[in-house]
Design a protein. Structure first.
Length: 134
């Protein structure tokens, strides 16, 4: 998996730069929040692996400066499930990192399609409600 990530950076370097920046940010927030070393490593690894299931076509479409067709949008929205499926049986990657890679596509309020997917067979833990800031 890591070799695949390293070798594919030439065609879509913006995607991988984004994943690395997200990893740095997530790990920094984890440190500030006082998370343990394993949790911080899981955050970083999950962010780096989050696009491993994204097809090349979906990557190209995501970079378009136009409204995507329904088929293009469906392909792009399959990225979390493809990523989950690819990482599911890789025991050398921690469960925490696999969960981060899958759930990174969620919205902060938990309203993304991942939680509303019925019968998709993926573990979808409940998230506590987000406190309202006055």
């Amino acid at each position: 998996v890591f070799l695949k990530v390293a070798l594919e950076t030439s065609e879509s370097s913006e995607v991988y730069e984004h994943c690395l920046a997200a990893a740095q940010l997530a790990m920094s927030v984890g440190i500030v929040e006082g998370l343990g070393e394993q949790a911080i490593q899981d955050l970083g690894a999950g962010c780096v692996l989050s696009r491993i299931g994204q097809s090349e076509e979906a990557t190209r479409n995501a970079e378009q400066m136009r409204e995507l067709t329904l088929i293009e949008m469906i392909d792009l929205k399959r990225t979390p499930s493809r990523t989950f499926d690819l990482l599911q049986n890789m025991r050398e990657i921690s469960v925490g990192a696999r969960n981060v890679a899958y759930q990174i596509f969620e919205r902060f309020d938990g309203s993304a399609a991942l939680r509303t997917c019925k019968g998709c067979g993926h573990v979808q833990p409940e998230r506590p409600p987000v406190p309202q800031v006055p």
